[in-house]
Design a protein around this ligand. Structure first.
Ligand code: 5GP
Ligand code: ZN
Length: 135
């Protein structure tokens, strides 16, 4: 399969692995957003979070939580952001589920997503659309 993360998992291509067990691997991002940016992936290939079984997501996220705390401690970061992208529109470029762990440093210049103003009517219309899908 032509998946760069599968190739990293089977060690066909090198990476800086920081954690590995039978289900999950974590390695350093090749183009880090901040010092210590790491990726946590399930070993099983699935394109994204929606395509992945709940037990696999659970194993991967629980490991990401532990690894993020270790990264913060090791690198004296001030916090971290954990995120995953689903779909090209969200910025996904590698279609093998991965959680980014981005260590955050005070004054790191990583600005948050721009917030928008909205009206109470718009918010409740949108909430109603979403709630219909959750029934
Ligand atoms: P996405 O944009 O899909 O959410 O994130 C993909 C991430 O994978 C990017 O942050 C990118 O730098 C990283 N990446 C892409 N190719 C490689 C690679 O060959 N090795 C490593 N270690 N990271 C990679
Ligand atoms: Zn893969």
């Amino acid at each position: 399969m032509d998946c760069v993360f599968c190739k990293i998992i089977c060690k066909e291509i090198p990476s800086d692995i920081i954690f590995e067990d039978d289900k999950v691997m974590a390695f350093m991002d090749i183009r880090p957003v901040s010092r210590g940016h790491a990726l946590v992936v399930p070993k099983e290939h699935k394109a994204d979070i929606v395509e992945t079984d709940d037990d696999v997501i659970s194993d991967t996220v629980l490991e990401a939580k532990k690894i993020a705390a270790a990264i913060q401690h090791a690198l004296h970061a001030d916090g971290f952001t954990i995120s995953t992208n689903r779909g090209e529109a969200a910025g996904q470029t590698v279609f093998h589920l991965h959680f980014h762990i981005i260590p955050r440093y005070r004054r790191d210049g990583l600005t948050a997503w721009p917030h928008q103003d909205t009206t109470p009517e718009t918010r409740s219309q949108i909430a109603a659309e979403i709630k219909k899908q959750l029934l």
